[in-house]
Design a protein around this ligand. Structure first.
Ligand code: MRU
Length: 334
């Protein structure tokens, strides 16, 4: 697993090709599709996941939905189907709205697949470039060779480029500023254990995967210099939704006096959300809590509380890094 010559999602020759992330790391299964419904299903099932990549995939899907011919009704229906896939990552809605606005600004006889796909490609390219700018803006979080802890997955599998938090770590490592990475396993779907470890291996970055609950002792014992994660939606006051467990990490950092950073493209900022109370949190099925356990254990019909995300209050965040700059508390992104 030592090659970086791989991709999570691309558009080529009239189709979208994506790596089914539910099968990683065991199987690298690339799915080819021209169907917007297949892409909507992939987003729902987390075959395609990570806030920026969800937005990019949805933009391609909206374009593909009118490949056989444009009609306003068809476009609206596909928009609504894609918008209903996942509620928290605002990149999904920002990308869909950008595609809708682009389409509405075209003369009626130009509203077609050929023009819409160009806008989706532009969205993808901008995210790729944005990742590099985030990594550049994030370099200053490393004082010397740092031991970094991260949560969930924020690299190539989650974005259109090198990643958000992962991109900062990657470029930092290449510059000799990162010693090693602790990757939270990220229960219940193991995005850290399955996906971040996959990306870290591919990039030859030394790492250890840890149970989420090990972060406390590592931080207390001075084995972590900083924590950096991504985000799925950032309110205008800086409150940041990210994978469940991020909030607890921020509290650990605060009580132990180590910095906690968020890295995300500016398309993750929701200017309509004033604070945490305006961020919808996705709840997922209890099946996902037990899906990696041996079926012979006999779990059935257990009640669960399984939110996919939590919100870290702005005051717990030492810095928010976007492609536009490095922001500190109190946050003002305008
Ligand atoms: O449920 P997921 O796997 O889509 O959750 C993803 C995360 O929480 C990531 O940390 C976030 O999207 C940042 S992606 C660069």
């Amino acid at each position: 697993m030592k090659s970086d010559n791989w991709f999570s999602l691309k558009y080529s020759d009239g189709e979208v090709v994506f790596l089914d992330q539910t099968k990683l790391p065991a199987v690298e299964d690339y799915v080819h599709t021209q169907s917007y419904l297949r892409i909507a299903e992939a987003i729902k099932r987390l075959e395609i996941r990570g806030a920026p990549l969800i937005g990019i995939a949805a933009a391609y899907a909206l374009a593909l939905s009118v490949k056989q011919g444009y009609s306003q009704q068809l476009f609206n229906d596909s928009y609504l189907t894609l918008a209903s896939t996942r509620p928290t990552a605002v990149n999904l809605f920002n990308c869909l709205n950008r595609m809708r606005d682009f389409c509405e600004n075209l003369p009626e006889n130009k509203r077609n697949f050929e023009n819409l796909i160009l806008e989706a490609i532009a969205i993808h390219k901008e995210d790729e470039q944005g990742c590099e700018a985030i990594a550049e803006n994030g370099k200053k979080i490393f004082n010397s060779k740092s031991r970094v802890l991260t949560h969930c997955n924020t690299g190539k599998l989650a974005t259109g480029g090198i990643g958000t938090a992962f991109g900062v770590i990657l470029r930092g490592f290449e510059a000799g500023l990162v010693e090693m990475v602790f990757a939270d396993e990220t229960r219940p779907l193991f995005q850290g254990l399955r996906l971040t470890s996959y990306e870290l291996s591919k990039s030859n970055i030394p790492f250890k995967v840890i149970p989420d609950s090990a972060a406390g002792v590592l931080i207390r014992d001075g084995k972590v210099d900083l924590v950096i994660t991504g985000a799925d939606r950032i309110a205008s006051n800086g409150d940041s939704a990210n994978k469940l467990g991020t909030f607890s990490l921020s509290v650990l950092c605060k009580t132990s006096g180590i910095p906690f950073y968020i890295a995300a493209p500016s398309s993750t900022i929701d200017f309509k959300a004033g604070g945490f109370e305006d961020i919808p949190i996705e709840e997922r099925s209890s099946d996902e809590l037990i899906q990696y356990l041996d079926p012979d254990l006999g779990f059935k019909n257990i009640d669960s509380f399984n939110p996919s995300f939590d919100v870290t209050p702005a005051e717990n965040i030492s810095g928010i890094i976007t492609e536009k700059g490095f922001y500190t508390y109190p946050y003002n992104f305008s």
